[in-house]
Design a protein around this ligand. Sequence first.
Ligand SMILES: O=C(O)CCC(=O)C(=O)O
Length: 266
Amino acid sequence: MEITTEQVSSYQRDGVLVLRGAFTDWVERLRDGFEQNLAQPGPFAIENVRDGERGRFFEDYCNWQRIEPFDAFIRQSPAAAIAGQIMQSQAVQVFHEHILVKEPGTAKPTPWHQDLPYYCMDGLQTASYWIPLDPVTQANTLRVVAGSHRWPRLVRPKRWASNENFYGGDDAFMEMPDVEDGSHTILQPELEPGDAVVFDFRTVHGAAGNTGTGRRRAFSARFLGDDVRFMERPGRTSPPFPGINQQTGERMREDWFPVVWRATQS
Ligand SMILES: O=C(O)CCC(=O)C(=O)O
């Protein structure tokens, strides 16, 4: 897929891009990966719907090394090359993949948040894909606040299931402003399976519940560019990466986060 200079500029300006049809050929393979992952969840799997609430909102991540369709997507699909171009990076490392399954009849929304504060890294060159494997309408698609990657401070991360502060205690984060007050541009695209939304880790996003009759499966693959460095956060991050053994300011270790694309390859 050719990425135009206009697309690079809009990614830099808005912190988000919609790519229609970019991964249609990968949908069946990724669905197979979801079946494998749901049958054998990893150690970090999360159920966000509590007792007494309706539906199921399941997440898991960091399984790409054991689930072949996820590994293949990361290494063989155009995702890393596109990420490299829109991040304007010379090289691309994989960070991790993430699956999000909202079963029909799930009222639980995905709260507005930025991803970066949950992560053990910092940097301006980042790209996270959100690829639906089921058709999504404006009612259950990803919602993204254009330009929020340029806000001067990061937003305090919260636990999705309980809304508690993710790290607890005082810290450098600001509270989430009311992004639905009419002063922000919110993208809320209807998408077909294999379309993608790709966004900067600082871009604010969320989603409504999935109160319709179909599943809402979304696959995410997350990539790091040249300026990304490890960052110690005030508590266990998400993903937690136990045993990572890195210091703030170091490049992310390549044995855990391999380089999957270089500009000279293009
Ligand atoms: O699928 C969702 O509900 C939210 C996705 C999300 O937050 C993400 O991909 O970072």
